[in-house]
Write a protein that binds this ligand. Structure first.
Ligand code: SF4
Length: 331
C-alpha cells in the first residue's frame, strides 16, 4: 500500500531577476536556477540530488526550507497527518513550522559561531522558538547531544576544540534539537576527510532509522549518494534529467548525462577499464538555457529533434523517469 509522501514538490520554479545597469534599474532577464522540478519523498526516505555546480541543487533545498522566494509551483508537507501548503505560510506561522525542517550546512568550520559554546549553539533554535524554560531546554540539549554521540562535558567547550567530524556532529545536534521530520543535508560531508565522511554518513543513517527522518541529500560525490539514498535525481540547468530508485539509476541509467556522470565514478576494480565519457563544453548559462533539450549542446547523441523540441518527462520503467527523445534507441 502506498503511503502519503511527507513532501510533495510540484513544478517548482525559482527565478532570480537580473537588473539592468544605470539609474533606473529594470528587470532585464531572469536566472532560472530551478525551472519546473517535481518529486515526492516518503517518510524515512532519502532523495539524493546530484548534478554539476550551478545546476540548482542547493536552490531546491533552500526553496523547500522557505529560505528563498519561490517563483511558482507548490510544496506540500504532511505535518501530523494534515497536508500543509508551505508556500502559504508566512510570519509567525512559518517560523513555528520551521521546527519540522532543518538544514545541515556544508562547512562545519564556518557554520558554528566560534564565540558560542556547544550548549548555546544547540540551544539557539530552541530559544528562537521559545521552546521552554532554561532547565527544559538544557534537558533537551543533553538528550540530543547523547543521540549525536556527544558527551555532556563537550557542551561547555567552544567549536575550536573539536575535529571536523565532531563539529559536524554538533551541527547535526543543532539541526535535531527542534525534533524535525525533514533535513536538507547540503554537501554535509564534502568538507570532511574520507574516514570522517563515513562516520558522519553512518550517524545520519542510524538517526534516520531511529527517528524516522527524511533527507534531501545534496552532494557531488556519487559514491556517497549511492550509499545513503533510496532514490536519486539528476539535475541539469535547473531541471531533472532523470529520477529513479538508487540501484536502478546506478546500474541502468537511461539518460546520456547520467551515463556520463556514472562513467566518471572511479573504480577499484583493476580489471574494469576506467574510461569516463568526456562531455564537451561547459554547463549552459541558466539565464539563457538552450532551446529544446538543455543538454543538446554537450550530448554525443543529439539530433535535430533535440534542438527543436523539449523532451517529455516520462516514466520508462517502474519509478524510473527520464527526459530524453532517444532513450529507446540509446538503451
Ligand atoms: Fe541527448 Fe537528445 Fe536525449 Fe537531450 S534529448 S539527452 S540531446 S539524445
Amino acid at each position: 500500500m502506498e503511503t502519503t509522501p511527507l513532501i510533495t514538490v510540484e513544478d517548482l520554479r525559482v527565478h532570480f531577476p537580473i537588473y539592468s545597469k544605470g539609474l533606473f534599474r529594470k528587470v532585464a532577464g531572469h536566472v532560472k536556477a530551478v525551472d519546473g522540478v517535481s518529486f515526492s519523498l516518503g517518510r524515512g526516505e532519502t532523495l539524493g540530488l546530484v548534478g554539476e555546480s550551478g545546476s540548482g541543487k542547493t536552490t531546491i533545498g533552500r526553496a523547500i526550507l522557505r529560505a528563498l522566494d519561490v517563483t511558482a509551483g507548490s510544496i506540500t508537507f504532511q505535518a501530523n497527518g494534515d497536508p500543509v501548503d508551505l508556500l502559504a505560510l508566512h510570519g509567525s506561522n512559518l517560523k513555528h513550522f520551521r521546527r519540522n525542517m532543518q538544514l545541515i550546512f556544508q562547512d562545519p568550520y564556518a557554520s558554528l559561531n566560534p564565540r558560542m559554546t556547544v550548549r548555546d549553539i544547540i540551544a539557539e533554535p530552541l530559544e528562537c522558538l521559545n521552546a521552554g524554560s532554561r532547565q527544559e531546554i538544557d534537558e533537551q540539549i543533553r538528550a540530543v547531544a547523547a543521540t549525536c554521540k556527544l558527551n555532556v562535558e563537550h557542551l561547555r567547550r567552544f567549536p575550536h576544540a573539536f575535529s571536523g567530524g565532531q563539529r559536524q556532529r554538533i551541527c547535526i545536534a543543532r539541526a535535531l534539537s527542534t525534533h524535525p521530520k525533514f533535513l536538507v543535508c547540503d554537501e554535509s560531508v564534502s568538507a570532511l576527510d574520507v574516514s570522517i565522511q563515513a562516520e558522519v554518513i553512518n550517524l545520519l543513517m542510524d538517526l534516520q532509522q531511529e527517528l524516522g527522518l527524511t533527507y534531501l541529500f545534496i552532494a557531488h560525490d556519487l559514491s556517497v549518494v549511492a550509499h545513503i539514498s533510496t532514490q536519486v535525481a539528476v539535475l541539469y540547468v535547473g531541471r531533472f534529467t532523470e529520477l529513479a530508485p538508487t540501484k536502478e539509476l546506478f546500474f541502468k541509467p537511461l539518460h546520456p548525462y547520467t551515463k556520463a556522470l556514472m562513467s566518471a565514478v572511479p573504480t577499484i576494480d583493476l580489471d574494469r577499464e576506467f574510461n569516463p565519457l568526456k562531455l564537451a563544453g561547459e554547463i549552459p548559462n541558466p539565464a539563457a538555457p538552450p532551446p529544446g533539450c538543455r543538454f543538446h549542446t554537450r550530448c554525443p547523441y543529439a539530433k535535430q529533434i533535440c534542438i527543436d523540441e523539449e523532451p517529455e518527462w516520462k516514466q520508462w520503467r517502474p519509478h524510473h523517469y527520464a527526459a530524453c527523445h532517444r532513450v529507446a534507441e540509446i538503451n
